[in-house]
Design a protein. Structure first.
Length: 181
């Protein structure tokens, strides 16, 4: 079993205290960032290469923290709109939990009925991380700069880099953050 924490920074556009929210998510993850990319299609391509090389077991759980569900088309080519569609299609055991503050739609609106019927039992969404969701063994962060206010992007990246320096210098950061539910 491999659990991926997949954070797209555009999620924090709608959060009242984005730096604190990111800090809490990273504290729960309790691991350094494995992949930092500009867009979600790049993250998926990295996952595929790592799985093909045996350096990452195929994912069974993905906590997808994103403003978008990324199941907006069924094209054969991976793009920023269909990453979770490709993930769930490629790895039939993989469960995806989409954590979003305000969802404006669902994958059912975008996918063919038979495709959504096949995937929907493994896809859930909500505003909070599920309590019993497995801790991540892999952490990917997508910047999505085109979807972020420039000052928010810089502040979020500063928080990520602060934590990464702690990992490099001292190992896991000390648990000084508020304990998550």
């Amino acid at each position: 079993m491999t659990s991926i924490l997949d954070i797209d920074l555009d999620y924090f556009n709608l959060v009242s205290d984005p730096i604190q929210a990111l800090s809490e998510i990273l504290a729960w993850a309790n691991r350094p960032v494995d992949v930092l990319v500009d867009n979600h299609a790049d993250a998926m391509r990295r996952w595929l290469k790592l799985v093909a090389s045996g350096r990452l077991l195929f994912p069974t759980h993905i906590l997808h923290i994103d403003e978008h569900h990324d199941m907006m088309d069924q094209r054969n080519t991976i793009n920023i709109a269909n990453v979770m569609y490709h993930t769930m299609s490629r790895w039939p055991e993989c469960r995806v939990y989409w954590m979003a503050k305000d969802s404006i739609d669902t994958p059912a609106m975008w996918l063919d009925d038979d495709v959504w019927k096949r995937l929907r039992t493994r896809f859930r969404m909500g505003t909070q991380r599920p309590q019993k969701w497995p801790a991540p063994e892999f952490l990917s962060v997508t910047i999505s700069a085109d979807f972020l206010r420039p000052n928010l992007k810089d502040a979020l990246m500063d928080e990520i880099m602060r934590r990464e320096k702690g990992w490099l210098n001292h190992g896991p950061p000390q648990k000084t953050e508020k304990i998550l539910r």
